[in-house]
Design a protein. Structure first.
Lengths: 257, 265
């Protein structure tokens, strides 16, 4: 048989009928029986469970997580308030609303709105106020900063000097200890400087939150807390014993006079 | 034109015309992307310039002076060896905010004196217990979180075995320390993750900027743990789980006190 070019092409490029394609089972046999979990490790998130570990790896290897962790290092207060926003603004209202009890539904809605409003205000205020400070801290703590002065400048210079000695391998044991101590002191300073603004804005932020919650609840969430009536007004009026004045009782005579 | 079978194949066979991916354009694309990322758009450039000037002024007039502030440098010197500095900072923040709420409760004229006092004590006790709980939870998950950080570092270092090596090393020392503890001998220090990262060949190959960014990312993980734990306790667990039973206990106490007073009268 003469093989023409079309037939030749079929034979070479598309395979022969003798090479049958693999079935789904054959192709996926390995994966079908390895679903990533076992009775031994099911359900844990400790890294032993394969699906959990894969999920964790997916998050950890993602670009956004790397950026988020760097952001957490640079902006402590803003990240704290972002976490608070997720917890107080989403998880807390969801939990409050899913709790049983129909009687206090209005209270639950109010509590949820309150939590959401405080989470949102906390995040906006914290981020807006502390972001410029965080940027300035970065500029001061930068290796080649032009904003260092006084004792802090001396610490930086000493660290740089000891680091050069360390890299050259001429550092003594005592100098190594001193370097470690100075780096720790600078790190502690960094943590304080990043977090002290939160102490300073903590009280005004809480006051602002308290003041802004009612209008936010009213205009954003359409909620308005009704003032509870005082107990005296809540007590239902007792039915008066006015039957004595009726004619039938007036005619009854007797008793001690 | 009449197509011979050979020509027919040449025209229709997609293999002849398909596009190949040789990666030559990648370098150009990367260059363009990095350029566009570093350049600010014309619209925001003046705003960013102003913001930069503003933060320069804060750095010059405030932050550079603040880092030299006597009590602050003294405190840093005293607390430089503590591993819980961020935890202490978050606690101070919580104490200040809760203190404000306690003060407002104490001066609330709509509540009677007994109720005011009990509520203030209730808020104070809740704060103390939740702070202890936050420290305990933070400590409890510290080792597990360190393993997660090692996993994260492995991804950053493009080294799939980094996590396994770190964990094996750590587990071996923990097991050894258990034996040493029984013998009342000196315990071995656990592997230092930051040191292992900085000694890694991939880390050494990075530029200074990228190396700093990588270290900041792993340091950020440690901070994230504390922020999540303290945020969870203060902003979720306490308001949802603790507040209601605490208020009920408070009501029960007040009711009991009221009954005792009426009995006396």
């Amino acid at each position: 048989m003469i093989i023409n070019s079309v037939q030749r092409d079929i034979v070479l490029r598309q395979g022969t009928s003798g090479l049958r394609s693999k079935s789904y089972k054959e192709k996926n046999e390995q994966n079908m029986y390895d679903r990533g979990y076992s009775a031994e490790y099911c359900g844990s998130f400790t890294g032993k469970s394969k699906p959990a570990a894969t999920f964790l790896d997916k998050i950890l290897s993602s670009n956004w997580f790397g950026k988020f962790s760097e952001y957490s290092y640079k902006h402590n207060i803003s990240t704290s308030s972002l976490i608070a926003l997720v917890l107080a603004g989403i998880m807390r209202p969801a939990t409050i609303m899913s709790l049983p009890g129909k009687k206090d539904k209005e209270d639950k809605i109010y509590a949820s709105g309150h939590a959401m409003a405080s989470g949102i205000i906390g995040f906006i205020v914290s981020t807006a106020i502390t972001s410029p400070f965080d940027e300035s801290i970065k500029k001061v703590f930068d290796k080649n900063s032009k904003f260092t002065r006084g004792k802090f400048k001396a610490i930086n210079e000493k660290i740089a000097e000891l680091n050069i000695k360390k890299e050259a391998g001429t550092i003594t044991k005592e100098a190594k200890k001193e370097l470690k101590s100075l780096i720790r002191k600078r790190d502690a300073l960094n943590t304080f400087v990043k977090n002290i603004p939160d102490w300073l804005i903590g009280i005004p932020r809480a006051m602002l939150t308290i003041a802004l919650i009612p209008p936010i609840l009213k205009y954003v969430f359409g909620l308005e807390k009704k003032k509870k009536k005082p107990e005296s007004q809540q007590i239902q009026e007792q039915p008066k014993m006015n039957f004595i004045t009726k004619d039938i009782f007036k005619n009854i005579k007797g008793g001690v006079q | 034109m009449a197509l011979s079978p050979l020509n027919y194949n040449n025209y229709n066979n997609y293999n002849n015309n398909r596009q190949t991916f040789n990666g030559k354009g990648l370098d150009k694309a990367e260059k363009l992307m990095s350029q566009s990322g570093s350049q600010t758009s014309g619209l925001f450039a003046p705003l960013e310039k102003q913001y930069d000037k503003f933060t320069d002024a804060i750095a010059d007039k405030f932050t550079s002076r603040f880092v030299n502030f006597g009590p602050l440098t003294w405190l840093s010197e005293k607390l430089k060896n503590t591993n819980n500095l961020l935890q202490h900072c978050l606690t101070v923040g919580a104490v200040l905010t809760s203190g404000l709420y306690m003060q407002r409760t104490y001066t609330n004229k709509d509540l009677d004196e007994d109720r005011r006092n009990t509520l203030v004590v209730n808020q104070g006790l809740t704060l103390i217990l939740s702070t202890i709980g936050a420290y305990a939870l933070d400590k409890y998950i510290k080792s597990w979180w360190e393993n997660v950080t090692a996993r994260f570092a492995g991804h950053l270092l493009n080294d799939q075995d980094f996590y396994t090596k770190f964990k094996n090393q750590k587990d071996a020392i923990i097991a050894e320390n258990k034996k040493l503890k029984a013998q009342k001998a000196e315990l071995k220090p656990l592997p230092d993750l930051e040191k292992l990262i900085t000694k890694h060949s991939y880390f050494k190959s990075l530029s200074e900027e990228n190396a700093t960014s990588l270290i900041n990312k792993t340091k950020g993980m440690g901070l994230l743990r504390t922020m999540i734990v303290f945020g969870f306790v203060y902003r979720y667990f306490v308001p949802v789980v603790v507040t209601k039973p605490a208020n009920k206990l408070c009501d029960m106490y007040l009711q009991k006190k009221k009954e005792q007073n009426t009995q006396k009268a």
